[in-house]
Design a protein around this ligand. Structure first.
Ligand code: C5P
Length: 412
């Protein structure tokens, strides 16, 4: 069973070179148990034929708004409603512009205007078209209208060899985003609405003197994505963030800190919480004393720094005498013996779940957009495929919701 088992997806294919990837996308969606109906724009048919799309969906492909037969037996309103999700892949600049305007001049846009189902778009276009203020304006409108997006990604454009932001997300990532959007909706809405989720993210800076500090390579992206996904699922979210170059996620109370000691204080001040997700890369050590003035180098003399151990924030929360959240999730970034270390950490710190990831050089996890994680719980290990950090966050929030729902049901 996957989150797409039994789900009906209406796939809208618009006309870009990435339309050929719609074929693989259909396979990925069907592999995950979804049934797929396809609508193609006129331009899409210049890139792939309805025959190939229909061969993969295993059904008829819908192309015309004013087709008397289609209108007779299915019709655009039924097409728009008889599905659990409308997925647009690729979503061209033109289609997004027409959607943002509310135009309905062909079957694809009519379906998009008529649907009351969640809509997920996978944009694909030339980087200049993506960056154009007109496209960005349309995207802001569509975001405000509740349209969900996956990608685009940075990559080389098939047609011109140009590189930049605009390449369609990979079919497996689009399928994962569809799954994250669908599976947990009902459970998440019911279980996370109004719950307080506390998230830590980013590195800490431990001052050596007024101008120097000890830090690490954490970008904060994974933790910020978790905070955003939890807020999108209806939770009340407090994000305690170390120094990172990321904007406050929408709808999240964000508390900025520098050091581990400040992070611990902010976390304690934010308790009680129903769920804690500790994704911060807290510095293990700090200089015993931060020098009040800038340290001077002395010719011919090696410098030494006395370090002291920082408090373990995750352990403090997981072992809190009075305010332990019902669910405590830790992260474990390892370069060796990933799973053994993660399980040992879960037990030692007393948390319920550990999200373990391999951060060996070459994996690109630190600071990158993707992550390959293993979820370690008392029940065992679940390995997730490589996916965008935003998808990891959505799936993790879905798992948190499921776990809370199960423990609530067991308690009743
Ligand atoms: O022990 P290690 O740093 O590998 O454990 C990682 C997990 O513990 C992460 O969830 C991290 O946020 C948390 N942690 C913490 N305080 C520390 C060290 C780690 O909260 N001082």
């Amino acid at each position: 069973m996957t989150g797409l088992t039994g789900k009906r997806i209406l796939l809208v294919v618009s006309g870009g070179i990435a339309a050929y990837k719609a074929l693989e996308l259909i396979r990925r969606l069907r592999e995950r148990g979804a049934s797929v109906r396809a609508v193609m724009t006129a331009a899409a048919q210049a890139f792939v034929t309805p025959l190939s799309v229909g061969a993969l969906t295993g059904g008829r492909v819908f192309t015309d708004l004013l087709d008397r037969e289609d209108e007779h037996d299915v019709g655009h309103i039924r097409l728009a409603r008889e599905c659990d999700l409308v997925l647009i892949a690729p979503a061209t600049a033109d289609l997004l512009a027409r959607m943002a305007q509310g135009l309905a001049g062909d079957l694809a846009t009519t379906v998009l205007l008529a649907t009351d189902r969640p809509v997920l778009a996978a944009p694909a276009m030339n980087p200049r078209m993506w960056a154009h203020p007109a496209t960005q304006r349309n995207l802001a409108t569509l975001h405000a209208d509740g349209v969900h997006f996956v990608g685009p990604e940075v990559g080389e454009m098939a047609e011109s060899g140009e590189a930049g932001l605009g390449r369609m997300a990979e079919p497996a990532d689009i399928a994962a985003a569809a799954e994250a959007l669908l599976t947990p909706r009902a459970i998440m809405a019911a279980t996370l609405a109004g719950q307080h989720v506390l998230v830590t993210a980013g590195p800490t800076h431990e001052p050596i003197d007024p101008v120097r500090y000890i830090a690490n390579r954490s970008s904060g992206r994974q933790g910020f994505a978790v905070a955003e996904a939890a807020a999108a699922a209806g939770a009340r979210v407090t994000l305690v963030a170390g120094p990172v170059a990321l904007a406050d996620p929408p709808g999240v109370r964000t508390v900025r800190v520098e050091t581990a000691a400040e992070m611990l204080a902010a976390v304690e001040a934010a308790l009680p919480a129903d769920v804690a997700v500790m994704a911060a890369a807290v510095g293990d050590w700090r200089p015993q004393e931060a020098a009040p003035g800038k340290l001077k180098k002395k010719a011919g003399e090696a410098a030494r720094l006395d370090l002291t151990t920082n408090p373990d924030i995750l352990a403090a929360v997981a072992q809190h005498a009075t305010k332990r959240p019902r669910l405590v999730v830790g992260f474990a970034a390892e370069t060796d013996d990933l799973l053994a270390n993660a399980e040992a950490k879960r037990a030692a710190k007393g948390c319920d779940m550990i999200v373990a990831n391999d951060v060996s050089p070459g994996t690109g996890v630190m600071g990158g957009a993707r992550n390959t994680v293993h979820l370690v719980t008392a029940a065992g290990v679940e390995s997730w495929p490589s996916m965008l950090k935003t998808a990891v966050a959505e799936r993790l929030v879905a798992r948190i919701a499921e776990t809370l729902a199960r423990s609530r049901a067991a308690a009743e």
